[in-house]
Design a protein around this ligand. Structure first.
Ligand code: GRF
Length: 207
């Protein structure tokens, strides 16, 4: 993490509406937050997440998997694009692609992702739908340090959210996202300000 005088540099990757990105952009407006979003990357064009970055005056880039002959090439190009902004921390905020080995080698241990379920339950792309179908009464969201698996990395923070009797996938996911945005902004700020260590999967803040 950076010195106390300079804010941590965040590169945020998005694939969709970018409300989690917006929570970070809003938090970064306070100099005491200790971080700034220096770039936003995406795996697709024409998404609200990129427009949010534009409106905030943050540089953007897009790397689409289909523009490269292999997934490994895409991973290398994505890694290079992110590295160009010299991040202290990379935040996957609704980024709907698995990053590959080159990315993990470059940014492992300092890349976090947010997942709309309480890990280790319901990993993958449809956490809210899977929780609803299973019939759990409590679900939530998880912030974790990215490793090579699917939503398997060391857990930074979790927040619980009730499942209501009349929920559908959208209403449940929206309730989760309210908790997710707060969890993300609170914990990325802490990671930036005080730093953290990972020992035997346990993530602890240095305070
Ligand atoms: C979040 O719930 C994230 O965990 C999931 O997709 C959602 C993205 O929301 N993977 P947004 O793009 O930040 O609004």
């Amino acid at each position: 993490m950076p010195s106390s005088s300079s804010p941590a540099r965040l590169v945020v990757l998005v694939s969709g509406s970018g409300t989690n990105l917006q929570a970070l952009l809003d938090a970064c407006e306070d100099p005491a937050y200790g971080a700034q979003v220096v770039a936003v990357g995406a795996d697709r064009h024409d998404i609200e997440g990129l427009r949010r970055a534009d409106r905030a005056g943050v540089p953007t880039f897009v790397k689409q998997v289909r523009d490269y002959e292999s997934r490994d090439n895409w991973d290398r190009v994505l890694t290079k694009a992110v590295a160009g902004f010299e991040p202290d921390l990379v935040v996957l905020a609704g980024f709907m692609k698995l990053v590959g080995p080159t990315f993990i080698e470059a940014f492992g241990g300092r890349t976090v992702n947010t997942h709309p379920a309480l890990s280790p339950s319901f990993p993958g792309m449809s956490g809210p739908a899977d929780a609803l179908e299973y019939g759990v009464k409590v679900t939530g969201c998880t912030l974790f340090v990215v490793d090579a698996g699917v939503d398997t990395g060391p857990i930074v923070a979790q927040s619980a959210v009730p499942v209501l009797d009349d929920d559908d996938v959208d209403s449940l996911h929206e309730r989760i996202k309210v908790a997710e945005r707060a969890m993300l902004a609170d914990n990325v700020g802490l990671m930036a300000r005080v730093g953290f260590t990972i020992t035997d999967r346990k993530v602890r803040f240095n305070r």
